[in-house]
Write a protein that binds this ligand. Sequence first.
Ligand code: ADP
Ligand code: MG
Length: 253
Amino acid sequence: MESKTHINVRNLNVFYEEHQALKDITLDIPDKKITAIIGPSGCGKTTLLKSLNRLIDLTEGVKVSGSVFVDGENIFNPGVEVTHIRKKMGLLSQRPCPLPMSIFDNVAFGPRIHGIKDKKELQNIVEHYLKETSLWDDVKDRLHTSASKLSIGQQQRLCLSRCLAVEPEIILGDEPTSALDPQSSLRIENRFRVLKDNYTIVIVTHILRQAKRLADYIVLLYCGELIEHGPAQEFFENPKEKLTKEYISGVIS
Ligand code: ADP
Ligand code: MG
């Protein structure tokens, strides 16, 4: 019954100056499944997500204690190379943020940094990852035009292509569909469903219906505390905590 875990969070506390945003979070995130972090606005969802790849380090005045093990390695250990951690993880943000360059160069960006120069090889990589997000047919005739000309939904799929081209093991998404229209949102959701065969996916969402549609595993935060976590079906059909029941039924939101 117990499936393999990929990320293990142990007694994680995060403070912004005096404000404690995460309180002693201990949690295992399953391998090659979709985990949704849910909870009301301000409960610490983004903070938890940013702790998983140490993007939290970039926040001024932040203090972190506890551990986050990725593939068994505590990423907060002194001496751990942040670039090595980040390379394992692709990040999709709330608003798509394509680089100010062509569609082709956006996807080729990571592979070029990793030393791939051969033109044909780059072409194959770009085509492959644009197909992975079903964007290829939309853009194959204008690969060398600016990414900013794409619709927001297409931009988010481009960002997903760019993230996949770095060959991460983990995809993190902070409300990755919140800027998208319903159809574009479903497109992204559908890609996640396919991608989870090969990647561990962790998304933040405040849309309960999206968590129900998409997630295999649910993590509910409330005021910085971990209220309940578990397989999605169990979480929604047989919640253990009073707060979970209230959140699911919409008494609190
Ligand atoms: P969520 O993503 O669930 O809306 P966040 O993780 O963004 O929540 O924020 C959790 C809490 O920490 C909130 O009370 C928020 O105001 C606070 N917070 C977030 N970022 C900062 C920051 N850079 N400085 C100070 N407080 C912050
Ligand atoms: Mg947030």
